[in-house]
Design a protein around this ligand. Structure first.
Ligand code: AMP
Length: 410
């Protein structure tokens, strides 16, 4: 099955076409500056990237351009758009309504729309993108894969905020967690690399990118994760503060004489390792600055690692043990110094890192020694492939169900 995977932002649309049988990416690209002017990037497998400007007043035109490019007689990878048998959409917030991926019919889209308050920056552009796709490909099944779904197995004791309970019942305020597609993909792959079934292992996944989160996955189910109602909670991130005393927000607004909105902008966009270092949100810049003696850059790196250690330690306690720890995303996959600094704190419980394996960049690898009591892995995440797999599963289930209904005369 050829699956178009789409990830819509407010002014961008990332896409890939994946052949689900081979799991090969046939083409990928990005539409940027939607609603401003429009830039399309397109890369068929094994060929150079093409980039050109084209008017994209709205997401509909972006989808049209993507399909035109994919079927281009010269460098397209499809003979017609009918070759696309399903579309998988990355959806950010499914609230408590969606604990797994689902076919996107009008009823489901309306339910997602009702959740807009929980993700005002992310859900509305996704819905615009899905609706644009449905208009252009009305007969192609569309599947929504939610960033929050994998974390829906968390017990209430882990997801409830210690606020008046009616805020949970009235406003759905609770911890949801994000990056779920990545946590699911990486935990399942880690179990596979160990030669075990997910049901038989306890795994901690460290998704360390510009946005960062950790999850505890016990017997294949998420039991804890570090992000909350929004992706702001948890670890120190590129520009997000992560956990802080909530009073800091009122204090900043009061001391700086700024509004709540402006304060939240600082907490989201000017904090994290950027805020501490004053240098950059990018770990490569921080490494360089720290090597040149910049003390704040070093402090930012140390604080980041400290928080990762704190979360891993607490998740080991939550699961009553751990069999494997997996690192993924930009920093997790590419920063051996961060992995080493974090993992040295777990030597006491038998974690032994193999320095040769840990010097690799970006490849799938076990970085602990084979005798290490707890195994440590680098597993590059692949959210697009995870979306493709879920999409095929849901669409196939529906085809089987329709066939049974036909036979039963329903
Ligand atoms: P992501 O959000 O998963 O795309 O991760 C992006 C972040 O990964 C960047 O902001 C960098 O901080 C980090 N990163 C990417 N490549 C490297 C590298 N080679 N060394 C250290 N950090 C890296």
């Amino acid at each position: 099955m050829k699956v178009l995977v789409i990830n819509c932002g407010s002014s961008s649309l990332k896409y890939q076409v994946i052949d689900s049988e081979t799991e090969h990416v046939l083409a990928k690209g990005l539409c940027e500056r939607i609603g401003i002017d429009g830039v399309l990037t397109y890369q068929p497998a094994g060929q150079d990237k093409i980039r050109y400007e084209a008017a994209m007043p709205a997401h509909r035109q972006a989808v049209e351009l993507v399909l035109k490019q994919l079927t281009d007689p010269e460098n397209g990878v499809l003979s017609s758009i009918d070759e696309i048998q399903a579309v998988g959409h990355r959806m950010v917030h499914g609230g408590e309504k969606f604990a797994c991926s689902t076919l996107l019919d009008e009823e489901v889209l309306n339910t997602v729309e009702e959740l807009n308050d929980l993700a005002p920056l992310h859900n509305p552009p996704t819905l615009v993108g899905v609706r644009a796709c449905k208009e252009i490909l009305p007969d192609t099944p569309m599947v929504g894969v939610f960033d929050t779904a994998f974390h829906q197995t968390m017990p209430a004791s882990a997801f409830i905020y210690a606020l008046p309970y009616e805020y949970y019942t009235k406003y759905a305020m609770r911890r949801y967690g994000f990056h779920g597609t990545s946590h699911k993909f990486v935990s399942q792959r880690t179990a596979q690399l160990m030669g075990k079934k997910p049901e038989d292992v306890k795994i901690i996944v460290c998704h360390l990118g510009n946005g960062a989160s950790i999850s505890a996955v016990d017997q294949g189910k998420c039991v804890e994760t570090s992000m909350g109602l929004t992706p702001l909670e948890g670890l120190i991130m590129g520009t997000r503060s992560g956990d802080i005393d909530p009073t800091c927000i009122e204090y900043i607004a009061h001391k700086e004489g700024i509004s709540m909105e402006d304060t939240m902008e600082i907490i989201n966009k000017k904090s994290g390792v950027l805020g501490i270092s004053g240098v950059s949100s990018d770990f490569r810049d921080l490494d360089n600055a720290a090597a040149e003696g910049n003390k704040r850059a070093q402090l930012a790196l140390d604080a980041f690692c400290h928080h990762v250690v704190k979360y891993i330690g607490s998740y080991i306690a939550v699961m009553n043990g751990v069999d494997a720890i997996a690192f993924t995303a930009g920093i997790g996959e590419n920063a051996p110094n961060v992995r080493a600094q974090v993992m040295k704190q777990f030597k006491y419980m038998g974690v032994e890192i193999d320095p040769v394996n840990d010097s690799i960049h970006g490849d799938e690898c076990m970085i602990s020694t084979k005798d290490s009591k707890v195994k440590v892995f680098v597993v590059p995440t692949n959210e697009e492939l995870a979306i493709c797999r879920d999409t095929v599963e849901i669409v196939t289930e529906q085809i089987v169900k329709d066939a049974i209904d036909t036979v039963m005369g329903k």
